[in-house]
Write a protein that binds this ligand. Structure first.
Ligand code: FAD
Length: 566
């Protein structure tokens, strides 16, 4: 064949003739129902994304019950907590990824995977519009449609630049494996450039000025990794320029690691000071050019500094496809998709959202409170009896288990006291509470609803929860003997999603880590680093990656990190 296109055309014609029909060659957009070969009874489940939430859903789903299709621009799962280790070669990129087809292979039934990105969700017609990520400019139709009965959106989030000029063009992000590899190359490039013979000292210093914007867990972990890489490995390889290295962390808030206990935040700040990492808290970056980074603070006003490499790690933003979808379904003013506690996207039929792209809606909480009151105040009197209050509280806590403790401790305490006092007292059974007062107290709880953190832990637990619901869906439809309040009128058959916090780590470099475990148990130091090693080894999705990661750690202990720049 003279060119590849001609060859591909022939393959497509042959595939079409043999009934495959997967890829269509046409100029117009092809509407392909990539539907099942399993027969008509199986419902089509389409999963968008192969990250923590999507993969956890896929791994726990009984795939023999559904016609499952997975769509993602990357054909692997990546263990993101180890991405900072990839930036400095402590762990190799290949060691933290698992091909999604390996995971699919171990599942029952036939699962299909399309390496493509979804660029539009059409809830009215129950279709997703997808685009092949390969074959650019080849003359092929690179868009197709997939029908679904149930759609699970698990496409995560993108890095948030807050529209600060120059960030997109000049900074590195640390979200994907590819990003980590680029950072690794860039660090080595900076050292090689700084070592060239014809540079003056200022130019060498500029090249070796590493700026990390954002003092959250990712920024802090990367700064610590980079410091270790420089002091343990690169100091031996680049002795003439080693002394010129400057690592700087810029944080807009007053402290770093604010999502951790204050003791951890303080320890990290002191450790960074001892390590010579320049910590600038209370500074806000306002512009990044090719050569300079401009920031401002109350005390200094605006100023610029030259830099060699900048990593932007200031949190997450919404992917364009989600922004578009939210506009379609009347959630245009939100940052992430609103779901109810069963992870169903509010206002949509058969669409679920899990992981970083979704959160439980606070507006939904307010609507729910109104509904609970409507149910409880049967005689429409505007007052509730003690029994009715008990029902309201029970229903509320069932729907919002995470608020139960709050409810007990805060403004509700006086009402709960009232309930307690009335126990066994026939007279007090008749006490009525002003419904407006009570409603106000409950609605106040709503403002305390903390959206769950955007972490792998939440995403994985949501994926797992949703898969278990899907596994029981048919059964519960046939035998709907669940709690009364979840039956009929659109209520879901299952208990709501309940997040179980298992603790969090912050590796701080020098073989030290901070761990904040359930019950606010804090541990900082070398022992926590060993706990970190064992937890992260055990959390790997396969024995293959587990062995690769452990062997990378062993290699680093013996030979140090690899500084080659490939
Ligand atoms: P992701 O894991 O980001 O997966 C999204 C998936 O969707 C990907 O497969 C992507 O390719 C795919 N996708 C994207 N766009 C589309 C599209 N248009 N169509 C179809 N598919 C699409 N959390 C912790 O709990 N502990 C940690 O130690 C920790 N460390 C972290 C370190 C780093 C460097 C980073 C970046 C994150 C870390 N996190 C950690 C957070 C954690 O990685 C995220 O919260 C988690 O990945 C969210 O999972 P997700 O499935 O929602 O999204």
């Amino acid at each position: 064949f003279r060119d590849r296109t001609a060859f591909f055309k022939l393959v497509v014609i042959m595939a079409g003739a043999s009934g495959g029909g997967l890829v269509a060659y046409a100029d117009a957009r092809s509407d392909l129902d990539l539907a099942s070969s399993h027969g008509p009874t199986k419902k089509k489940v389409v999963i968008l994304g192969t990250g923590w939430a999507g993969t956890s859903f896929l791994r726990n789903l009984d795939s023999s019950l559904y016609d499952v299709q997975v769509i993602s621009p990357r054909n692997y799962f990546a263990f993101t907590p180890l991405l900072p280790s990839v930036t400095c070669g402590s762990v190799e990129a290949r060691s933290i990824v698992e091909p999604i087809r390996n995971i699919m292979r171990k599942k029952k039934g036939e699962i299909k995977f399309w390496e493509a990105e979804c660029f539009k969700i059409d809830p009215a017609n129950k279709k997703v519009h997808c685009r092949y990520t390969t074959a650019p400019n080849s003359g092929w139709t690179d868009e197709f449609l997939v029908n679904y009965d149930y759609l699970v959106i698990a496409i995560g989030a993108k890095a948030n630049t807050f529209n600060i000029p120059g960030v997109e063009e000049n900074c590195h992000f640390l979200k994907e494996v590819d990003d980590a590899q680029k950072i690794r190359r860039s660090v080595m490039d900076c050292f090689e450039r700084a070592s060239l013979p014809n540079l003056d000292e200022d130019e060498r210093k500029k090249n070796l000025h590493f700026v990390i914007v954002g003092g959250g867990p990712t920024g802090v972990e990367f700064a610590a990794e980079l410091h270790d890489f420089v002091s343990e490995d690169l100091s031996k390889l680049y002795p003439s320029v080693y002394g010129l290295v400057k690592i700087e962390v810029i944080e807009a808030g007053e402290h770093i690691l604010t999502m951790f206990d204050k003791r951890i935040s303080r320890f990290a700040e002191e450790k960074f000071q001892r390590d010579g990492i320049d910590l600038k808290t209370g500074f806000r970056v306002v512009k990044v050019s090719e050569k300079d980074i401009t920031m401002t603070s109350k005390s200094t006003g605006e100023f610029s500094e030259p830099y060699g490499m900048a990593v932007w790690s200031t949190g997450i933003g919404t992917r364009p496809v989600i922004v578009d979808f939210m506009k379609q379904i009347g959630q245009g003013n939100r940052r992430v998709l609103a779901t109810d506690e069963w992870l169903r996207v509010c206002g949509c039929d058969g669409i679920y959202a899990v992981g970083d792209c979704a959160s439980i809606s606070q507006r939904k909480v307010v609507e729910d409170i109104a509904e609970i009151f409507r149910i409880a105040d049967k005689d429409n009197s505007g007052t509730l009896t003690v029994k009715e209050i008990q029902d309201v509280l029970e229903d509320f806590c069932m729907r919002y288990p995470q608020l139960e403790l709050y409810l007990k401790s805060k403004r509700m305490s006086s009402i709960l006291e009232l309930l307690k006092d009335s126990k066994g007292d026939a007279m007090k059974e008749a006490i009525e509470v002003d419904i407006e007062e009570f409603r106000k107290a409950l609605t106040d709880v709503d403002s305390q609803v903390k959206t769950l953190p955007a972490t792998a832990q939440v995403a994985a637990q949501q994926g797992n929860y949703l898969a278990r619901c899907f596994n029981k869906m048919k059964d519960t439809e046939e035998h709907p003997e669940g709690p009364l309040r979840f039956r009929g009128s659109g209520r879901h058959q299952f208990r709501p999603f309940r997040y179980k916090h298992l603790g969090q780590f912050a590796p701080l470099g020098g073989e030290q880590a901070a761990a904040q475990l359930p019950g606010d148990w804090i541990s900082i130091g070398h022992s926590s680093q060993w706990l970190w090693y064992s937890v992260y080894a055990s959390k790997q999705v396969s024995w293959r990656t587990r062995l690769l990661v452990i062997s990378d750690w062993t290699r680093r202990f013996i030979f140090g990190r690899d500084s080659s720049c490939m």
